[in-house]
Design a protein around this ligand. Structure first.
Ligand SMILES: [Mg+2]
Length: 456
């Protein structure tokens, strides 16, 4: 796996050393020599990970980190701070500035490569979501993301067969989060899947089961595939830690645990989780908007085109009838001409509500054209479709459509053509079924409107 790494240090020899190490492992390296240059290069080069020196003249590493994490264009890029001294206070300041991890100079190769690999892999998972989000935003259907971690809503799950250790973690985190513990790893796997947790903390000192197997299982379940995992390791367990990072553990803490570092790392993971969740839900929303008719809330024609063929094939395959009806509001142009387009839109919206109420959950209702609607009804024969259509026709004919803020009421009628696959078993496409329903609608219009006609 390759990734683009941005190396930042005010001293050229330090940059060259890291560059050489990373290039030898086939990483693509770009470099910067100051905090400001780091901020600019992060934007222009979009690296997969940043190795950031802390001590630099002018803008130091902490400030550069803060700025990179504040900018929506670069906030998703993981940052590893590189410090000369392993100072606990520095670590906490860095984590609070948004850093994802620390490496101590001189940088140890094993730790460096494990961290670069794991952080850039995690980033790639969010890159796909970011790309979809960008598409939605380009289409103007997605809002900006604002990350706000409300800790009272976050759920943390601790897995450790040492009850005392688990309880100690729980008491630290319990003030701000809803925390549950499990000492039996087998039971923990089930609970992790069903618990909808925002973060899972796993002790790598578990003895009753291989803790690395436990982590990789959590990673592989559909329900917890994207749930961050924070591993807790003994100071000397570097090899186990490297394996854990390769498996997909997001972050780690070494014992003895520093309370501030624990809080900061938990916060970083929760922030990242919230970010991913928002990317996913905004994509979902943009997807919905792309297939929904804005005015009526029904599906649009684009969705119908892609979905109706599948419904038609399923009907053939299961040998069950598929019925379609096309509905067209009579003399709709006159409403627009007489009362204006706002009134026309109001009528369309109310009419669509009638249609939506009359159909079942499995039916597909869509706005087919201006004042034309189509409903596809799986597992429905002509007789039943005719009942639904006639009931809808009567409801519309007997209803007052309110316009102009409720000051005026108008009456409308609808013509409906229906067709079912049962009358034409040799039909080989959904388009032909629609065409027959359309012909029936044409007949309904010619026959005087306000009626339902069944295709022969
Ligand atoms: Mg320096």
């Amino acid at each position: 796996m390759t990734a683009r790494v941005l190396v930042v240090d005010d001293l050229e020899p330090n940059v060259k050393l890291l560059e050489a190490k990373l290039r030898a492992e086939y990483f693509d390296v770009v470099s910067a020599y100051s905090g400001q240059e780091a901020v600019d290069t992060a934007i222009s080069d979009q690296p997969d990970i940043i190795l950031l020196d802390v001590m630099m003249p002018g803008m130091d590493g902490f400030e550069a980190c803060r700025r990179i994490k504040e900018n929506p264009e670069t906030m998703h890029i993981p940052i590893v701070m590189v410090t000369a001294l392993d100072q606990q206070t520095d670590r906490v300041v860095g984590l609070e500035a948004g850093a994802d991890d620390f490496l101590t100079k001189p940088v140890e190769d094993l730790a460096l490569f494990a961290r670069v690999r794991s952080l850039s892999r995690l980033k790639m998972m969010t890159d796909e979501l970011r790309a979809r989000y960008a598409t939605g935003k380009g289409l103007g259907v997605v809002d900006n993301i604002e990350i706000d971690v409300d800790s009272s809503e976050t759920r943390i799950f601790i897995i450790d067969d040492n009850e005392e250790q688990a309880e100690r973690l729980k008491s630290t985190l319990g003030e701000d989060h809803a925390v549950s513990c499990e000492t039996d790893p087998e039971i923990a796997l089930g609970r992790a899947q069903s618990g909808d947790f925002d973060l899972i903390i796993v002790s790598l000192s578990i003895e009753s089961m291989d803790p690395l197997r436990l982590c990789s299982s959590i990673r592989s379940f559909e329900e917890t595939r994207l749930t961050p995992i924070l591993a807790v390791v003994r100071q000397s367990d570097t090899r186990k830690l490297v394996r854990a990072l390769d498996i997909g553990v997001n972050d780690y803490l070494k014992r003895p645990i520093d309370r501030n570092e624990l809080t900061a790392r938990v916060h970083t993971q929760l922030r990242r989780k919230r970010y991913v969740d928002q990317l996913r839900s905004s994509f979902q929303a943009s997807l919905e908007m792309a297939v929904t008719d804005q005015l009526t809330g029904l599906y649009n024609r684009r969705y119908l085109a892609s979905h109706l063929s599948a419904m038609f094939e399923r009907a053939q395959w299961t040998d069950r009838p598929l019925a379609t009806m096309i509905l067209d509001i009579d003399h709709f142009k006159k409403i627009n001409d007489t009362y204006g387009h706002d009134a026309g839109d109001k009528v369309l919206k109310e009419f669509a509500d009638c249609v939506a109420r009359s159909v079942r959950g499995i039916d597909l209702a869509c706005r087919y054209g201006g004042e034309e609607f189509l409903v596809a009804m799986p597992d429905t024969d002509m007789a039943f479709a005719a009942i639904v259509a006639e009931r809808l026709r009567q409801e519309v004919a007997g209803k007052k459509f309110m316009i102009n803020g409720g000051r005026d009421a108008i009456e409308i009628t609808v013509s409906i053509g229906i067709a079912s696959t049962e009358n034409n078993p040799d039909e080989d496409s959904a388009q032909k079924l629609i065409k027959r329903a359309d012909e029936a609608l044409y007949e309904a219009k010619n026959g005087g409107r306000n009626r339902v006609i069944q295709a022969a």
